[in-house]
Design a protein. Structure first.
Length: 89
C-alpha cells in the first residue's frame, strides 16, 4: 500500500489539472508560453501519476484495468475481473 500522503498529493494534482484545463487550452491555442509559465506546475497533466485503484502503487500499472500487477493477479485468480482467465497449456 502506498503512503496516504502520496495518494492524496496525486488527487490534489488531479483537481489542479481540472481547474486550469480550460485556461491552459486557451493559452496554448494563442501560443502564449509566458502565460503558461505563470500557471502552477501541477496544472500540467504530465505531472499526474497513474496509481492502482486498490493499493495506490504506481509501478507496474496496467492501464486497461487501472490496477497494479499485484492487485490484478489477485483479483484475476479470484475471478473478480470479467473476461480474464488464467492461461494454461
Amino acid at each position: 500500500m502506498a503512503k496516504k500522503s502520496w495518494i492524496e498529493r496525486n488527487k490534489r494534482k488531479q483537481k489542479t489539472v481540472e481547474k486550469f484545463a480550460a485556461l491552459r487550452a486557451e493559452l496554448k491555442a494563442k501560443g502564449d508560453h509566458e502565460g503558461l509559465a505563470q500557471l502552477p506546475r501541477d496544472a500540467s497533466p504530465v505531472r499526474l501519476v497513474n496509481r492502482c485503484q486498490q493499493s495506490g502503487r504506481r509501478r507496474a500499472f496496467i492501464r486497461r484495468f487501472g490496477l497494479s500487477r499485484i492487485a490484478f493477479r489477485e483479483l484475476a485468480s479470484q475471478g473478480m475481473i470479467p473476461g480474464v482467465t488464467k492461461s494454461s497449456w
